[in-house]
Design a protein around this ligand. Structure first.
Ligand code: GLY
Length: 374
């Protein structure tokens, strides 16, 4: 078993390094026809690329990865100082896998400072009248001012970390309160989830669930579900609030129970299935990371342990065997058949840089048990 994972990791590291050399100074964005578009640091996804460099360095010790990732810190700092495309909650994704990963691996004070600056910026998105972190846009934005999305759960570790570092309880309280509101309004009784939820900006009243990238309002968008599986497990790790553990498990059971035969999810659990329906391998990779986290928390005595472990094994075997680019030496991406925004026809069936990142995180945690950067 170890051999299968380690061969996949070696292949992944080689591809990341090849991209770094070929596209020096640039970041991968959306894909078109199995090629990443390479550009500057102004989207929500750049951290995944930097995170893969830190994973590669920690796994194999190649200092090329470390030096390159460190050299990007100034770029992330400039983005923060100039406030370049940061009117969104994805500050957590961006800075957890760059500044905080660097601080965790090297102890860099500069990286820690930038991480704290990022947390400060994220916590400014707290809307006390509703009790949530606003996902997108500026305060008072007519469409998005009272809107949350389930993806935000992966941005909360930045705030929990800032609390640990500074002792300022506001970071913890905001993250904990947002996770509770997400649990209450985004998760449904059967363990499925809304992608997004709207609140009235003035009164704070709950309005309705909806979607952005899912099949339709009320459907369970697969990647949203996977953000929930991993995100609630992480909130449990930092808070020890049992409600988050239960919710993560509930979402994981729903995810696993609705998988097709090869254990890799279609892009939305409510989309009609035909031979042309795209998968979202990235969602399965994120859920795999969530299952690894859950297994470490619950231990072998838990009634769900074998069920989750079996699902993790089958998912990772399927990803490595049938979705990875191990047999495609010239491929830029690591994982085929991810989907970004199927209805919007943006990367409906291609490499996703976060799919590549979580695939690598899962492989490396399974092989070496390395900690996560979240
Ligand atoms: N957080 C955006 C996405 O998952 O597509």
């Amino acid at each position: 078993m170890g051999t299968m994972w380690s061969a996949a990791i070696e292949d992944a590291m080689l591809k990341v390094k090849t991209n770094m050399m070929k596209y020096e100074g640039l970041f991968p964005h959306i894909t078109e026809n199995q090629r990443y578009e390479w550009g500057v640091n102004e989207d929500w996804i750049e951290g995944f690329y930097t995170g893969m460099m830190w994973l590669s360095y920690e796994y194999g010790g190649d200092t090329y990865f470390k030096a390159y990732a460190e050299s990007q810190l100034a770029n992330y700092k400039n983005r923060m100082d100039q406030h370049i495309s940061l009117d969104h909650h994805d500050i957590g994704f961006l800075y957890s896998l760059s500044a905080i990963a660097q601080w965790r691996v090297t102890g860099s004070r500069e990286a820690r400072e930038l991480g704290l600056q990022a947390a400060k910026r994220l916590v400014e998105r707290w809307r006390p009248q509703i009790g949530v972190i606003q996902a997108w846009g500026v305060e008072g934005d007519p469409e998005n001012g009272g809107r949350i999305i389930i993806d935000c759960l992966l941005n909360l570790p930045l705030l929990y970390w800032a609390y640990e570092q500074t002792g300022d309880p506001h970071y913890y309280e905001v993250a904990h309160a947002h996770a509770l509101m997400s649990r209450r309004y985004l998760v449904r009784g059967d363990g499925s989830s809304y992608h997004t939820f709207y609140f009235d900006q003035q009164s704070g009243n709950a309005l309705r669930g909806g979607t952005h990238q899912g099949y339709q309002d009320g459907s369970t968008w697969t990647r949203g579900q996977s953000w929930g599986v991993y995100g609630f497990a992480l909130s449990y790790r930092y808070t020890k609030d049992e409600r988050f553990l239960e919710t993560s498990k509930q979402l994981a059971r729903y995810f696993i129970d609705h998988l097709p035969e090869d254990h890799i999810a279609y892009w939305d659990f409510d989309a009609p299935i035909t031979v042309d329906t795209p998968r979202d391998s990235s969602a399965s990779a994120i859920t795999a990371c969530g299952l690894i986290e859950l297994l470490a928390i619950i231990g072998e005595e838990d009634a769900d342990y074998s069920y989750f472990k079996d699902a993790l094994q089958k998912t990772m075997e399927s990803l490595v065997r049938d979705y990875s680019t191990m047999k495609m030496p010239d491929a830029e991406g690591l994982l085929q058949h991810g989907s970004y925004h199927v209805r919007g026809n943006r990367g409906p069936d291609d490499y996703m840089i976060w799919g590549d990142y979580y695939y690598m995180e899962a492989l490396i945690r399974m092989e070496k048990g390395l900690h996560t950067y979240w």
